[in-house]
Write a protein that binds this ligand. Structure first.
Ligand code: ZN
Length: 76
């Protein structure tokens, strides 16, 4: 564990905001699709995943640093 200078979240229970997506999962048929950003080896991606079987329905590049917006994100 490093004590690097990440500010402590002020929210008592910080949580990822997930957006409900209409439609059924193409894999299991459940109406449990959610859209949310994830960080993977390739950087940040905005994904739509089934919350039942975790099938990825869509995956697109998101901002370079995720929640940290850079001025350069706007000029692509
Ligand atoms: Zn599913």
């Amino acid at each position: 564990m490093s004590n690097f200078s990440f500010p402590r979240p002020t929210d008592v229970a910080p949580r990822q905001v997930r957006e409900v997506v209409e439609g059924a999962c193409p894999s299991c048929g459940a109406g449990a699709l959610m859209r949310y950003p994830v960080l993977s080896e390739g950087g940040w991606f905005m994904v739509v995943k089934c919350q039942d079987c975790l099938a990825s329905v869509s995956r697109e590049r998101w901002a370079l640093l995720g929640h940290v917006r850079l001025q350069t994100d706007n000029i692509r």
